[in-house]
Design a protein around this ligand. Sequence first.
Ligand code: FUB
Length: 338
Amino acid sequence: MADNSDTRAPNGRRYLSQPLVKHIYTADPSAHVFDGKIYVYPSHDIDAGIPDDDLGNQYAMNDYIVLSMDEPGAPTTAHPVGLKVEDVPWADKQMWAPDAAYKNGTYYLYFPARDPQGIFRIGVASSTSPVGPFKPEPEAIKGSFSIDPAVFVDDDGEAYMYFGGIWGGQLQRWATGKFDPNGSDTDLHQDDKPALCAKVAKLTPDMKEFAHEARDVVLLDEEGKPILAGDHDRRFFEASWLFKKDGKYYFTYSTGDTHFLCYAIGDNPYGPFTVKGQFLLPVQGWTSHHSVVEFKGKWWLFYHDVQLSDKNHLRCVKVTELKFNPDGTIPMIDPFTD
Ligand code: FUB
């Protein structure tokens, strides 16, 4: 694998951060602090030789490998494979962005994959170790669909899964509540209508099922009106991540084809959330996907780019500090420096 650490990016600028690991390709980092250490649950990118398309067929990942580190900037360990697609009875291919959660001595890995019918579902696997191996449930979570699960556990112990993604993530094909096999490959092409929403469902106490049918994560503009589908610089595309700071709930996400990370603030886990703006400028590569975690009083943004490959489907995970203004807004992060 090429090591481009000392090189400039194709835009002539230097990278803000360097890859956490360079011997494997990693993406979509979901970071958590478990037992005083940072664990990152990324996608494990591979080159399957599939050309780029709007459905994301080039993202043909088969397994998950957990990363860990004592603190941001410390050496990163890549652990043995934690879960393989061939060990998941309901899953066929495309193990995309995962997340993890902990409850009562058990670690839960949540992951999307396509079933044999080509429909994305979300599954769960469990382990007594944060790095696996994880034992999958035989069926996908009932009522789950689309991609990019992100699980937030609130201070009262209630857990919520945020999920969904348009284009290859198939969210637009569920617009009527049922999967439309002939639906659009991209979005609904209704720019003057409210944008498609990410979904949220509370998890059951055993962390393995939805406690209710998934609900819309409503994103509002500064006037309280729904963000429109044509507002490509701010509308939800994929990569949900929720965190809580100073009693406020921050719903963060990627705008996909415009390549920004955005954030919106709400008063409870279900929203609605008022969009405040973007906080990460486009990285090198088509996708942008991230997580935010607090560690020892500082906040960290885990994100990815394609520094090691310059190929959209061969990404590398990075970390940088996330700062906040006194009013809770987030200053823009530029993934490059001069
Ligand atoms: O890694 C495959 C897909 O790319 C993820 O599910 C999306 O969020 C995008 O990062």
